[in-house]
Design a protein around this ligand. Structure first.
Ligand code: SF4
Length: 303
């Protein structure tokens, strides 16, 4: 029986996601022309669906956009895509998170100074495509420690190491140590964003004190997956759910009394609140809900 539901101190929407959603909403509101978002504005199905319902189009290639305004998502995009969109006569509105743009700036500057960049991140993530686009011939992407160690000796090369904003902090720390050991001259730029750091640290505090952690977030969300993965490694049960509908009553046997809740940086509050509401219902209305200090109430849970 569920006795306690504890929310992670830091969870849900980050600055970059809020900003991208605001930009897209304002653009859609003000524009008389067709508005299209390139890729997912943020990696959350519910948010993406809301924009679709409001008549905002979505495309995965500039080739498929016929006219009007094109919004670049929070994850950013390669500069040649922006150039192409402008050449096609599209009005481009850039909602790239400033902390992603920061990586572009670091890479451009480092490459100008003769560096070759090793970027630690998922090869098939939107953010990585954008980052690589800033110096395609001067970046090597590695997604794990093994591929990092398999790289050539590169003793004569000036090397820089950057990292995906939403990477697993501890894994990157280990990768960084291996990189420095292999190339003592490598210059490390830790580009993991502070929203990722705070959410992962909150999980490190929460997970040892609960029997299970539910992370609300979409499968496409790298940072949500990471939170579930870290939780699983600590308390033995970390599950990623996209919404309350994914919850299975049979998960909550007697040994799962304390349930931790977190949410990825692109997960809206209403999805998290619906999950808490459901857990309270499963407890017969008796579970104690422990909220982070700054959060005094859950809108949907009448307690
Ligand atoms: S997770 Fe970090 S990099 Fe990504 S949008 Fe949020 S603040 Fe920006």
């Amino acid at each position: 029986m569920i006795k306690e539901i504890i929310m992670a101190k830091h969870h849900g929407f980050c600055m970059g996601v809020k900003r991208a959603i605001n930009i897209a909403e304002e653009t859609a509101e003000k524009s008389d022309e067709k508005v299209t978002i390139l890729n997912e504005i943020v990696h959350n199905e519910s948010v993406v669906e809301k924009f679709r319902e409001q008549g905002v189009q979505q495309a995965f290639s500039v080739d498929d956009v016929e006219g009007g305004t094109l919004i670049i998502s929070a994850h950013g995009i390669a500069p040649d895509v922006i150039r192409k969109a402008e050449e096609q006569g599209l009005k481009v509105i850039d909602a790239t998170c400033p902390l992603v743009t920061r990586i572009y700036d670091i890479i451009v500057k480092a490459v100008e100074q003769g560096f070759h960049i090793i970027h630690y991140g998922e090869a098939d993530h939107d953010e990585t495509y954008g980052v690589v686009g800033y110096a395609p011939d001067k970046i090597t992407v590695v997604s794990d420690k093994e591929s990092l160690l398999a790289l050539p000796d590169w003793k004569e090369r000036k090397l820089g190491l950057t990292v995906q904003t939403t990477a697993h902090e501890k894994e990157f720390e280990e990768a960084e140590k291996l990189a420095v050991k292999k190339w003592p001259h490598i210059k490390v730029f830790n580009t993991i964003c502070n929203a990722t750091t705070k959410r992962q640290q909150a999980i490190l505090e929460l997970a040892p004190n609960v029997d299970m952690v539910l992370v609300v977030g979409s499968e496409s969300s790298a940072n949500s997956n990471r939170l579930a993965q870290i939780s699983d490694g600590i308390c033995g049960r970390g599950i990623l759910i996209s919404s309350v509908d994914d919850i299975k009553d049979e998960w909550f046997e007697d040994k799962y009394e304390k349930i931790g809740i977190s949410a990825g940086a692109s997960t809206p509050d209403y999805l998290v609140e619906a999950v808490i509401e459901k857990l309270v219902e499963l407890s017969g209305g008796t579970a104690n809900v422990v909220l982070p200090e700054k959060r005094t109430k859950i809108a949907r849970v009448a307690r």
